[in-house]
Design a protein around this ligand. Structure first.
Ligand SMILES: Cc1cc2nc3c(=O)[nH]c(=O)nc-3n(C[C@H](O)[C@H](O)[C@H](O)COP(=O)(O)OP(=O)(O)OC[C@H]3O[C@@H](n4cnc5c(N)ncnc54)[C@H](O)[C@@H]3O)c2cc1C
Length: 425
């Protein structure tokens, strides 16, 4: 019944609708989502229209049957980190809690285009993590074994196998950082970032979610120990429950409710080269030289590196980080020294001390938080939305996000992915 209502509300994308619309000059496509005025009150208000906020709204409506939801976005959908990231998706994390969380997300990615009837261009082209030292090798083999015990696909490649798998990589022994081996997750890959936000927005809108862009949340309303709504640039909106999903501004928004989070916000940059013909059909990551690279469907090399070391809310970063990332890429793939760089940009990543996220209730009745994903939250988008929706609807965490509390920073039950892998993209 719910599925039938959904099919009626949304124009299904298919070869037939494409042909039908081609015959009428493509003038009759319906807008993918509405632009409603915000209503005075909702059951759930979600702050942040990135992939996570939109996925949360979608699963609240589709899995939990919550009818009265608004997503408030201060800019445009996906204009935060969702539209700025390098889109690496993998689930080969070391610790049991993380592996379970990211594997849950990866399984949802595998059916996402079909579920949303929207091509998110998820491409399982494999993710290669290179080892350049004895300690890298030990860390990688420990991680490969831990992944296998957790049912996550992961394999170890020696230098010759790396050279055969990706001939572009310079595997000669006289490099400053010789390639000694690698871990490979074949089910990992990349997806089209904007499409993820748009696909969730369209599916959530079809289920009645109000998506309100250009609406900045400026305050969180409280009555005693419980939340009652939000103040916004478009007026006061009452809500039974308020869910924060505003990566980059997590601490700013939590502070509106008088809550201090153990989160630092740093700029993280990425850049793309001029487009070239397909040459790289996998994702390469290296912690030692500190770069990661993949080729987009347009042909650009998508390159990222480390965070800028200072805290900042500016969506830009220092030139030294770009220089470092490019130097690292050329070290790995010398032929790319001839590529010209085309664009560079920055996002703001909010990082917890253990490099793991928080998906939990906050210590104010009716207030929920999803954030602290740092440099690696894009890959979690479907899983984070799914589990956050569960936490909001049931007022208690799902078993998979139960360890990802705020209290762990008091109890010491950290999920230390920082120690496990220096780069957590
Ligand atoms: C350069 C870069 C590369 C990255 N690479 C990867 C990668 O390869 N793989 C990976 O898994 N992750 C990666 N990440 C991290 C990933 O992008 C994020 O963890 C993820 O996109 C967070 O999604 P989100 O929906 O929570 O946040 P966002 O997309 O940032 O959404 C939050 C939204 O909240 C809105 N907002 C903020 N304040 C307010 C307010 N007061 N009122 C209303 N709305 C507000 C913002 O405008 C924003 O749109 C990268 C990040 C960057 C910056």
């Amino acid at each position: 019944m719910a599925q039938r209502r959904y099919n009626q509300a949304v124009q299904k994308y298919s070869i037939f609708s494409l042909v039908r619309n081609a015959l009428t000059g493509h003038r009759n496509w319906r807008a993918a989502w509405r632009s409603p005025e915000p209503r005075p009150a909702y059951d759930v208000v979600i702050i942040g229209g990135g992939g996570h906020g939109l996925a949360t709204a979608y699963y609240l409506a589709s899995v939990h049957g919550v009818a009265n939801i608004a997503v408030l976005e201060k800019g445009w959908l996906g204009g935060g980190n969702t539209g700025r990231n390098t889109t690496i998706i993998r689930s080969n994390y070391l610790w049991d809690e993380s592996a379970a969380l990211y594997e849950h997300a990866l399984k949802l990615w595998e059916g996402l285009s079909q579920e949303l009837n929207y091509n998110v261009m998820f491409s399982q082209r494999g993710v290669l993590n290179l080892a350049h030292s004895e300690s890298d090798l030990r860390e990688l083999s420990r991680r490969v074994n831990a992944n296998r015990l957790n049912g996550v696909d992961s394999e170890f490649l020696d230098t010759a196998q790396v050279a055969a798998y990706c001939p572009l990589i310079d595997c000669s022994p006289d490099r400053r950082y010789p390639v000694l081996g690698a871990s490979l997750q074949r089910r990992g890959g990349v997806a089209r970032h904007d499409a993820v936000a748009w696909g969730y927005a369209r599916a959530a809108d079809a289920r009645g979610v109000d998506i309100v862009q250009n609406c900045t949340v400026t305050g969180i309303l409280r009555d005693g120990g419980r939340v009652t709504g939000v103040e916004t640039s478009r007026g006061v909106i009452k809500a039974e429950k308020v869910a924060i999903s505003a990566a980059g501004h997590s601490s700013v928004i939590a502070a509106m409710a008088g809550i201090r989070l153990p989160i630092e916000s740093h700029p993280l940059q990425a850049l793309v080269s001029e487009p070239v013909k397909p040459v790289l059909d996998t994702v390469i990551m290296s912690n030692a030289v500190h770069a990661y690279i993949s080729q987009s469907d347009k042909g650009e090399m998508v390159i990222g590196g480390g965070i800028d070391p200072y805290v900042s809310y500016s969506q830009r970063g220092g030139y030294d980080q770009i220089e470092e990332a490019v130097r690292a890429v050329v070290e790995l793939i010398p032929s790319f020294s001839r590529l010209r760089m085309m664009r560079q940009w920055g996002g703001i990543v909010d990082i917890c001390p253990d490099a793991s996220p928080i998906i939990a209730k906050l210590p104010l009745e009716g207030l929920y938080f999803n954030g602290g994903w740092g440099t690696g939250g894009f890959k979690a988008t479907p899983g984070a939305g799914h589990l956050f929706a569960h936490t909001i609807a049931r007022d208690q965490p799902h078993a998979l996000n139960a360890p990802f509390t705020l209290e762990r920073f008091n109890t010491g039950a950290l999920i230390d992915e920082h120690g496990a892998a220096a780069v957590a993209h």
